[in-house]
Ligand binder design. Structure first.
Ligand code: B1M
Length: 210
């Protein structure tokens, strides 16, 4: 079994120490942080999602997998961010109210910082008012929202509407997360949609340049 498959397998069984040790080994083998993330960690988490959906595993198992993923991501974070000076623009990000899924959002934050954006991360379970107040106070160009639950997606529309109501029409909005789509972005009047962390960075870069 190759080391990326091993990372995926140990992540599925929620063994955080093993996942971290294997991540370290993979780096020693000169595998890129992006590859370890995509083909080891994210691949493992996708399996966890499927198993959870099929009732093969339960919530505590998902929590353990999430803990293992977060630990390894912390290790990869400085390598993914690099040392570019933040100059491109200011982005406020967060997972919307009612939603505690923050692994994908954290990844978007890491990639944005790596690309040279100044990122204000509001965390998870963020009320619409907080997105709007922070964007105004920090003079952010973009608000990025993440949602992983179909039940929390509508909060994104509340933020888009509230920005308009507050006259912050110059603040661009980008949304993402597994249940979200480009079509949904259009439907709620968001400026763009990011399929993954890489595409979120590209979309935000384009919006700031425009
Ligand atoms: Co939950 N969960 N979860 N969960 N969880 C999902 C989302 C689910 C699809 C699992 C399933 O049934 N297959 C399902 C949602 C179903 C639905 O709504 N249709 C679900 C459920 C039901 C729940 C609970 C309700 C379970 C319960 O309590 N009975 C509960 C809800 C809690 C709450 O939020 N209020 C719950 C809880 C949890 C944990 C806390 C245990 C844990 C989260 C831990 C954490 O985040 N700190 C968890 C996890 C880990 C998952 C799965 C297994 C994995 C999510 C993940 O981290 N993926 C997930 C199944 C799945 O997604 N396949 C599931 C890895 C991550 C890198 O990918 O987050 O998709 P992702 O992010 C991607 C893209 O989506 C995109 O880029 C990222 C990187 O490529 N992206 C953006 C994300 N945000 C973006 C923003 C952007 C642009 C792109 O622009 C700003």
């Amino acid at each position: 079994m190759d080391i990326l498959q091993e990372i995926s397998r140990y992540l599925q069984s929620g063994e955080d120490k093993q996942v971290l040790a294997l991540t370290e080994q993979a780096l020693d083998l000169n595998l890129s942080p992006g590859r370890i993330l995509q083909d080891g960690l994210i691949r493992g988490m996708a399996v966890v999602g499927d198993q959870f959906k099929n009732h093969e595993i339960f919530l505590p198992d998902v929590l353990l997998a999430a803990k293992a993923m977060t630990g390894a991501m912390e290790r990869l974070k400085p390598l993914l961010i690099g040392d570019e000076t933040p100059l491109l623009g200011k982005v406020v990000i967060g997972t919307v109210r009612g939603d505690l899924h923050d692994i994908g959002k954290n990844l978007v934050g890491i990639m944005l910082r790596g690309a040279g954006f100044d990122v204000i991360d509001l965390g998870r379970d963020v009320p619409p008012e907080k997105f709007v107040a922070t964007a105004a106070a920090e003079k952010a160009q973009v608000v990025g929202m993440s949602a992983l639950l179909t039940t929390t997606m509508p909060v994104m529309k509340q933020v888009v509407d509230m920005l308009r109501a507050e006259g912050l029409t110059h603040v661009r909005t980008v949304i993402g997360g597994a249940p979200v789509s480009a079509e949904y972005a259009r439907e709620i009047g968001a400026d763009d949609y990011g399929y993954d962390a890489g595409s979120a960075v590209e979309k935000i870069r384009q919006l700031v340049e425009d």
